[in-house]
Design a protein around this ligand. Structure first.
Ligand SMILES: O=C1O[C@H](COP(=O)(O)O)[C@@H](O)[C@H](O)[C@H]1O
Length: 321
């Protein structure tokens, strides 16, 4: 891990849509989508705006083209679709860097939660110029939305994935990297992580939501599995209903390894900002459909933060919108 403090070239604005077609519905005529296939977890919550009046079918197909941003009326949910994963990664880096600057200035720290999986690859632009040099990494506190109960050097470890692809390349103080204790059982590690979070809420590093009473992280960067799971919250699993614990454990994960710990939905949904990053045609149905085939709700549909939710989709993941 690098150790020198970075030179600062702070960006001054909140994240902005990165493409010329990105628009706000407050400026433009609104059109509710009634496109039959679009019974979707994203668009049910959204109205789609376009710069010009076109047919509904045209609007729907435009969703799957590059650079379209849709936002809801309160600017709390947005969807941005990119031609390529490369373009998505560039925009995600800018979004994260802008929030880093905002929270570092406002609070003196920036609490960032990451998932495992393909998300880490999509964060690669953050560790490249200009962001690697402009972000004040000393303000970052990093957490995991879920972790597999394996040693930190195990190929299945979400910590290892993040360390190899991201954390080892930026000068975040090691004491600000809040990894799960890999010497404990799943239950013990979940309790231990919750205790760690409580301490950091107590010391003011993590904010507490005045609405929910749960910890309020500044930014969660999360992926979605092909079954619509987020964190280690799987379709149909009783843990979806956990509403007391901050961190819980699972010993029967349908995706290996079976032992995991995970933030609960009340914690996820207390966040100030959530970026949901989804790439690939294999996840298009889960991105698009309102219900899974067995009529369970996809866990991803339960993501609804106090603050803002932004979906970052590549063209393939958006192909069924
Ligand atoms: O098992 C997990 O899967 C999800 C999704 O991973 P992806 O490779 O399909 O993007 C991930 O978000 C989670 O953190 C991880 O533990």
């Amino acid at each position: 891990m690098a150790t020198a403090a970075s030179s600062l070239t702070p960006s001054t604005s909140l994240p902005k849509p990165s493409r010329p077609f990105s628009i706000s519905i407050s400026q433009l005529p609104q059109v509710s989508l009634n496109f039959k296939k679009l019974n979707c977890s994203i668009s049910c919550a959204l109205k789609i705006s376009r710069r010009t009046a076109t047919s509904t079918a045209t609007k729907a197909s435009s969703m799957a083209s590059s650079g379209i941003t849709t936002v809801d009326q309160n600017n709390k949910k947005a969807v941005e679709v990119f031609d390529t994963e490369e373009e998505l990664a560039v925009s995600l880096a800018k979004y994260t860097a802008d929030l880093s600057d905002k929270f570092a200035k406002e609070r003196g720290s920036f609490t960032v939660v990451v998932s495992g999986g393909s998300l880490i690859k999509s964060l690669r632009k953050l560790v490249q110029a200009p962001y690697v040099d402009s972000i004040d990494w000393s303000k970052w506190h990093v957490f995991w939305v879920d972790e597999r109960v394996v040693p930190k050097d195990h190929p299945d470890s979400n910590y290892k994935l993040a360390f190899d692809g991201f954390l080892s390349k930026v000068p975040i103080p090691p004491g600000n990297v809040h990894a799960i204790n890999d010497a404990l059982s799943a239950e013990g590690a979940a309790d231990d992580y919750e205790t760690c979070l409580k301490h950091l809420v107590h010391t003011g590093v993590i904010e507490k939501s005045s609405v929910s009473g749960f910890p309020k992280f500044d930014l969660m960067l999360v992926g979605m599995g092909p079954d619509g799971h987020v964190a280690s919250l799987f379709p149909g699993h009783p843990l979806l209903k956990e509403n007391q614990k901050w961190v819980t454990h699972i010993t029967d994960s349908p995706k290996p390894p079976p032992g995991r710990i995970t933030f609960t939905f009340p914690v996820i949904n207390s966040s100030s900002y959530i970026a949901l990053v989804v790439c690939g045609a294999g996840k298009a149905s889960q991105t698009a459909l309102g219900k899974s085939q067995n009529s369970d709700v996809f866990p991803v549909q339960m993501v609804s933060p106090e603050g803002e939710l932004k979906w970052f989709l590549d063209r393939d993941a958006a192909s069924k919108l």
